[in-house]
Design a protein around this ligand. Structure first.
Ligand code: SF4
Ligand code: URA
Length: 232
């Protein structure tokens, strides 16, 4: 740069500094270096994390984790207990008998697997006897430790999807989300709150398969859900 131009530039910079009137520039602290850009958490990145997860012992015995299924823009999330035999093989929640019934319950209020989001409180199959992964009916509810280890993934799913309502399917999901020991009979029929999101508790579809008398209360709960989703 020729000398004349340099001098002009220096004069302009001095003029600007005077305009800013910041006094002694030499004492000004250096701005902090910008933080390294963090990769944003997405449902895809979370699912990848879950695929490699060993935060609890279920990670070592599962075949495939069942992360979650449905729309990332779902207005409602259904949350079950944990994957069973079929889910462990397919890597998708609620694909066995209970899942087929859940699909019918959804259809009854005009919803589908694709329009809602379905997940569980643990992503890996809790087995009664983990040495027998090929035996059907080898399922158990997750322990408090397993739920606590996995909970962060569910919380992140809820935070990313931001549904208008949550439905806890069965007492295990209710226990995890509401920190309660109460059963479904005491918890259903009213709205609860999960970190600002309205939450309903209803019977698990597997309980419905065992006991037909749960049909009516589940239907009432689904009507309450539908009415809530239809509110503006
Ligand atoms: Fe990780 Fe959850 Fe699977 Fe445990 S159940 S290994 S915490 S993903
Ligand atoms: N039961 C559950 O709670 N979750 C499933 O994914 C399947 C059955």
């Amino acid at each position: 740069m020729p000398g004349a131009e340099l001098a002009a530039l220096a004069a302009e910079l001095r003029a600007r500094a005077e305009l800013l009137d910041e006094g002694d520039w030499s004492a000004a602290p250096l701005p902090a270096a910008p933080a390294a850009p963090e990769t944003p958490v997405t449902l895809e990145s979370l699912a990848a994390e879950v695929s490699a997860c060993r935060k609890c012992p279920l990670g070592a015995t599962r075949i495939k984790p069942a992360f979650g299924v449905g729309s990332p823009k779902a207005e409602v999330m259904f949350i079950g207990e944990g994957p069973g035999y079929e889910e462990d093989r397919k890597g998708e929640p609620f694909v066995g008998k209970a899942g087929q019934l859940l699909d019918k319950i959804l259809a009854a209020i005009g919803l589908s697997r694709e329009s809602v989001y379905i997940a569980n409180v643990v992503k890996c199959h809790p087995m009664l006897d983990p040495t027998q992964p090929d035996t059907r009916g080898n399922d158990r509810p997750p322990t408090a430790e397993e739920m606590a280890a996995c909970r962060g993934y569910l919380e992140a799913q809820i935070a990313l999807i931001r549904p208008r309502a949550l439905v806890a399917l069965g007492s295990t999901a209710a226990k995890c989300l509401l920190a309660t020991e109460d059963g479904v009979g005491r918890l259903r029929g009213r709205w609860h709150d999960f970190s600002g999101t309205p939450l309903l508790v209803t019977y698990h579809p597997a309980a419905l398969l065992r006991d037909e008398t749960y049909k009516r209360p589940v239907w009432e709960d689904m009507k309450a859900l539908k009415a809530r989703l239809e509110e503006k």
